[in-house]
Design a binder for this molecule. Structure first.
Ligand SMILES: Cc1cc2nc3c(=O)[nH]c(=O)nc-3n(C[C@H](O)[C@H](O)[C@H](O)COP(=O)(O)OP(=O)(O)OC[C@H]3O[C@@H](n4cnc5c(N)ncnc54)[C@H](O)[C@@H]3O)c2cc1C
Length: 483
């Protein structure tokens, strides 16, 4: 029996924890013995996933849900025994709004995966002029673009649907997810499906209609899931269950351990030992290393080893945002809140980028008689507002709510969560840079990068990428140390 192989994972966000979980699972399946350690600089697990419970209120400082269509999130919940805790959005109130001019307009129904298959609902929404609508319909006639190179989200959707549909509806829906600027975002890295639809069908509307026809009807077995799902008592329960499972499996989980530097020593021909220098001066060594830290942290750690990789990682910018949760006695906001909330297009030039009526969207987030709201500010090019102190930030957001939906009441609870350099931006050329990064790191076998900075920012993307990172480590362990 060979000695257990040591793997160190740096970063205890969902990416790092999911990597550790997948490592245990894959090692067991292959009969490999691993000693796994997760090092987290913070005082709690989960990174951006932070749930607060204040009396009967459940607030999410960061993510509040995840996409059910990307299966990795649901699958991990099932493996952790959390399936009965999963909740759907409240389908009876399923309406959302977008600011246009000085008032909120209902978003057209049928905006499946952001793009309409029918133009009728757009017509009724009053969001587009007749010419804007006609221009949108031209998508079925406009020839496909080149498959070479990269195109920005803004350029692609203006080209296919015209400026009105892009600026008034698609930009806030799509760029909003990344708190990004659609002029700089890479289509292939952020929404590859639309690139593929155009290449395959020559039109997004035709492609989506064709694919809808080909999609087999949903299986009636298993509970029906809405597009976004969450956990009854908040996503923090996913982190708690995951970390508890890792501890049970013998994974060493260390909080308050910031990795300040990374050194390598030659170990065997073509192999390295990675020495991690911790904040309190001690070192941890491993032959297999996963960096599940934000790209700019990984850049600092890797620069002394490979300035090329450091430089490429530095080129992944991060946007800063803040979420402001506010609770109100329901009677004070009656009539002002309906549906799930609203989004604000960049062209509106406002500080608020979106608001969610949290307790209308998710059951169990506020006690009866209270309404919980969550507002979003910041993002690329709109970060100035984050310099305000909490009082001014809250006053700014409240003034926006008064102007846009008439909520002038004093909230009974307020919580401000700032997220500095939190949202990775997949700018033009991102996928190319990832290829170059792989090439630069090929000299360092046993070293793998994972996390939101690379192949998807959503929670299911991070879980799936963690499993891929684990598979690379397992392959490396099995290849270099056959049992
Ligand atoms: C406000 C907000 C709302 C969001 N909403 C959603 C949503 O609704 N749905 C969704 O799917 N996604 C959402 N996201 C995106 C998603 O939450 C993140 O992309 C994801 O949680 C990132 O996970 P991660 O593990 O890759 O990174 P992180 O969560 O950033 O984890 C990285 C960890 O590394 C640690 N670390 C950093 N440096 C070091 C070091 N030197 N040594 C040791 N540890 C270190 C950090 O402390 C951190 O815990 C949202 C993000 C934000 C900010």
């Amino acid at each position: 029996m060979s000695r257990p192989r040591r793997v160190v994972i740096v970063g205890g966000g969902i990416s790092g924890l999911a990597t550790a979980f997948a490592l245990q699972e894959q090692a067991a399946a292959k009969g490999l013995s691993l000693e796994c350690t997760v090092l987290e600089s913070g005082s709690s697990w989960g990174g951006k996933i932070v749930t607060h419970r204040i009396g009967d209120l459940v607030t999410e400082a960061g993510p509040d849900s995840f996409l059910s269509q990307k299966h990795a999130g649901l699958e991990l919940c099932a493996k952790l025994g959390l399936t009965d805790q999963l909740i759907n959005t409240n389908e009876t109130g399923k309406r959302a709004f977008v600011l246009h001019g000085s008032r909120l307009h209902e978003l057209p129904e049928g905006l499946v995966s952001f793009v309409p298959r029918q133009l009728g609902p757009f017509l009724r929404s009053g969001l587009l002029s007749w010419t804007g609508l006609a221009r949108m319909g031209l998508d079925v006639l406009i020839p496909r673009g080149s498959s070479d190179g990269d195109e920005s989200l803004a350029s692609f959707f203006r080209r296919r649907f015209g400026p009105q549909a892009f600026e008034r509806v698609l930009e806030p829906l799509m760029a909003g997810i990344y708190a990004g600027d659609a002029e700089q975002m890479s289509l292939k890295a952020t929404f590859p499906r639309f690139f593929e639809l155009e290449q395959r069908y020559g039109s997004i509307i035709r492609g989506m209609t064709a694919e809808k026809k080909q999609t087999p009807p949903m299986s009636s077995s298993g509970p029906k899931r809405t597009m976004f799902v969450s956990l009854k008592n908040g996503l923090g329960d996913l982190v708690t269950a995951l970390q508890a499972r890792l501890e049970q499996q013998g994974v060493e989980c260390r909080l308050g351990c910031r990795v300040d530097a990374l050194r390598v020593r030659s170990h065997q021909p073509g192999r390295w030992m990675y020495d991690l220098i911790l904040n309190e001066g001690s070192a941890v060594s491993a032959e297999h290393l996963v960096l599940a830290t934000p790209a700019y942290v990984s850049a600092d750690l890797l620069r002394p080893l490979t300035p090329i990789a450091g430089g490429l990682l530095e080129m992944i910018p991060y946007a800063s945002t803040a979420t402001i949760a506010m609770a109100y006695p329901a009677e004070l906001v009656a009539g002002a809140v309906e549906g799930f909330g609203f989004i604000v297009p960049r062209i509106a030039g406002r500080d608020l980028i979106a608001a969610t009526w949290t307790s209308l969207k998710w059951p169990h987030r506020a006690p009866a008689g209270q309404v919980l709201i969550r507002c979003y500010v910041g993002g690329v090019g709109r970060e100035g507002v984050l310099q305000f102190d909490d009082a001014k930030l809250v006053a700014t957001v409240r003034a926006e709510l008064t102007a846009l939906c008439g909520i002038a009441a004093e909230p009974s609870y307020v919580e401000v969560n700032r997220w500095w350099k939190a949202m990775p931006q997949y700018t033009l050329g991102h996928l190319n840079r990832l290829d170059q990064l792989d090439a630069a790191l090929s000299r360092y076998p046993g070293l793998v990068l994972t996390g939101a900075g690379y192949r998807g920012v959503g929670i299911p993307d991070c879980i799936r990428d963690g499993a891929l990172a684990a598979a690379k480590i397992i392959q490396d362990v099995a290849g270099t140390h056959p049992a």
